[in-house]
Design a protein around this ligand. Structure first.
Ligand code: CDP
Ligand code: MG
Length: 137
């Protein structure tokens, strides 16, 4: 079993896609181990995306991530990290495969509906950024 952090980003919540995203994860056999709807500040978004601090898109990305409510969840299952990345599709929706969340719903490379951890070390950091152990069931 592996755990990963998934976020339904402000555009996904705004487009009423919470159920759609969770449904796609559950249909693939993944389990929701923790879940909450929150709104993060610009500073909290900067901390979450600290690995991207030197990228040209960091300022705009962290504005976007703090513009409205998000849903954060811990998703569990066999190869959960890769499974979620596969369900999400490529970062740029124009390059995402058919049937992926980003291909079906994302507006552009920034406003791309969902986040999923990219490797076990990131998942550990990202899960603990939003959840304490007693919230993960
Ligand atoms: O989310 P993912 O792991 O697929 O991509 P990333 O390279 O870790 O980038 C994090 C997020 O930054 C993306 O999901 C986009 O929202 C945003 N981004 C952007 O606005 N412009 C880029 N050229 C690359 C990423
Ligand atoms: Mg990433």
């Amino acid at each position: 079993m592996q755990r990963t952090l998934v976020i339904i980003k402000p555009d996904g919540v705004q487009k009423n896609l919470i159920g759609e995203v969770i449904g796609r994860l559950e249909k693939r056999g993944l389990r929701i181990a923790a879940l909450k709807k929150i709104k993060i500040s610009k500073e909290q978004a900067k901390g979450f995306y600290i690995v991207h601090k030197d990228k040209p898109f960091y300022d705009s990305l962290t504005d976007f991530m703090s513009e409205g409510p998000i849903v954060v969840m811990v998703v569990e299952g066999k190869d959960a990290i890769l499974e979620v990345r596969d369900i999400m599709g490529a970062t740029n929706p124009a390059e995402a495969k058919e049937g992926t969340i980003r291909r079906d719903f994302a507006e552009n490379i920034e406003r791309n509906i969902v986040h999923g951890s990219d490797k076990p070390e990131s998942a550990g950091f990202e899960i603990s950024y939003f959840f304490s152990q007693i919230e993960i069931l």
